[in-house]
Design a binder for this molecule. Structure first.
Ligand SMILES: Nc1ncnc2c1ncn2[C@@H]1O[C@H](COP(=O)(O)OP(=O)(O)OP(=O)(O)O)[C@@H](O)[C@H]1O
Ligand SMILES: [Mg+2]
Length: 237
């Protein structure tokens, strides 16, 4: 397997072609962004921690029957993945109120949501990743009703599997964001990454934030918290 030219450079990862038309390499950089890319900093070890964390989670999900992009770890900062035609919609599942939900609805942070909520956002930094609903996805052609139904089904299954996994490690899975894409065989597959950059994790007892909110809110010890989460889960770093 050979690494070819850079296809795309995102805010946190770079995407490379390979000699296999169905495979890409994701390179996790140390760049850490917040507020739709308006604030960017370099955090030591972040690329490595997120790459290994993501590989661990994707393999747990795959074992639970969720189709993921994961193929194999190539290096500390690189992973080989299935090449997907990404659907530009972020699927967000929330178990407790936090972030934009608190701002939008004025509810208290930490309020238990019963049941969980499922939300969609358009992946478009220039527009501030606006809140959208299922009819927008179909009307604007970002995905079909069938694809959307599958994305929702898989998102809720991910919630089930990971809520338990984090609970066993003494952590609350507050919320998370997923991106899906279409593989060459037409199936919907979980893409991008699952890491503390794209979810909220709180210590079950102290409610200490262990995710990217430490960066957004200037709480410090960002990567130290990511590493503690990884250690609690048994992710080899
Ligand atoms: N398996 C995959 N196949 C194709 N593209 C992928 C895959 N996994 C992730 N991507 C895309 O690669 C990019 C990853 O880079 P990164 O997460 O840094 O970008 P981003 O800044 O969040 O996204 P964007 O610049 O698109 O808003 C994203 O655009 C993501 O949708
Ligand atoms: Mg991203």
């Amino acid at each position: 397997m050979e690494k070819r030219e850079e296809l795309y450079r995102g805010k946190a990862k770079s995407v490379y072609k390979t000699d296999d038309a169905d495979r890409l390499i994701l390179l996790f950089r140390n760049d850490t962004s917040a507020f739709d890319g308006k604030r960017i900093e370099q955090l030591d070890r972040k690329g490595m921690v997120n790459n290994k964390f993501n590989a661990f989670i994707m393999q747990k999900l795959e074992a639970a029957g969720i189709p993921t992009q994961f193929d194999k770890l190539l290096a500390d900062n690189e992973v080989l993945v299935k090449k997907l035609d990404m659907i530009p919609v972020e699927c967000v599942v929330r178990n407790y109120a936090a972030g934009s939900l608190v701002k939008r609805l004025g509810v208290e942070e930490g309020m238990k949501l019963n049941p969980y909520t499922f939300e969609l956002f358009l992946k478009d930094d220039a527009k501030g990743d606006p809140f959208i609903n299922e009819s927008h996805v179909v009307a604007f052609g970002w995905g079909t009703a069938e694809q959307l139904a599958r994305m929702k089904e898989l998102s809720l299954k991910v919630n089930e599997v990971l809520s338990k996994l984090f609970d066993d490690a003494g952590l609350l899975l507050v919320d998370f964001k997923l991106e899906f894409g279409v593989f060459s065989d037409g199936s919907i597959v979980l893409g991008d990454e699952f890491s503390p950059d794209g979810c909220r994790l709180w210590d079950k007892d102290t409610k200490k934030k262990m995710d990217k909110d430490r960066f957004r809110q200037g709480l410090g010890d960002v990567i130290e918290a990511y590493e503690e989460v990884a250690n609690r889960l048994g992710v080899p770093l």
